[in-house]
Design a protein around this ligand. Sequence first.
Ligand code: AMP
Ligand code: MG
Length: 318
Amino acid sequence: MKNIYLNIYRPNYINLKKVKKCIENNNVIGLPTETVYGLAGNAYSDKSVKKIFNLKRRPLFNPLIIHFKNLNDLKNDVILNTNFRKLYDAFCPGPITFVLKKKKKSRISIIATAGKKTVAVRVPKHRVARNLLDILKFPLAAPSANISSKLSPTSAKDVFEEFGNKIKFILDGGQCKIGLESTIVDLTGKPSILRPGSVTLKKIQKVLKKKIKIKKNPKKIKAPGQSKLHYSPGIPVKLNRKNAKKNQALIGFGKKFKVGKNYFNLSKKGNLKEAANNLYKTMREVKKKKFKSIAVIKIPNKGIGYAINDRLKKASNK
Ligand code: AMP
Ligand code: MG
């Protein structure tokens, strides 16, 4: 069979060097992280950042997450505070994003932050993302590598499905370990969670030793993960179902979940982390198999289950 994935590259030293050049020339690439794949470009370059918005068809009011190598680099662009330091020590590098105040002298593109005085920053853990950041002299703006409002990609081939040959390089870092977007915590005032993820409310509260709020329907949308219809597989999604209708796939999990052509098990072991990891992959598979809609069984709202339900609710436009 003909190999159509000509822009998917193994993340070896030679290819990383090529990618470095490509990004230095203000182009954007597909980058694996432990959460989902990102569409990455120079965060200091308006030209690169514009390309990200255009490719994703993302509204310009929707700011991007900026990825840094380490704490030292973060200091150039954002004002750190005590809550940040505690959470950074506990969870970084890792799947957590912090909204912090932008420094006056920051060089981050004003387009990347949608003109805000705050910036969402993350230090990713994935080896390939780290290896690339290590050889670059600037941070990477890297929102999820999908067309706006659609499902995030969790493999290099998913990124190809979204953008085909419109990007020169997609680095193949395998299937993402977590498979859901990072937790976003706003630390510009009283800490609050803007988007739930694998770093749960409980874990954050334990580190900060105080109660934290999850912003459900803030008047002003601070993160697009908060707007309606997001994470959409492109077909209707119905929640809390027990059975599938005609032409409908049923997504469930656990040992007792039925087996059959239109049944898709997120985790035979009934493990929520595994279920989270398989969620987007499974929804993509269902769409490819031409089912007309997706029904999902009730998912327990504990641990990462809370983040799964958050994404499913948005995918179902609720
Ligand atoms: P994505 O990488 O596509 O999952 O989206 C990045 C997320 O970070 C979006 O939900 C953004 O709105 C959010 N974000 C980026 N910058 C800020 C900011 N300054 N304040 C609040 N949220 C932000
Ligand atoms: Mg996204």
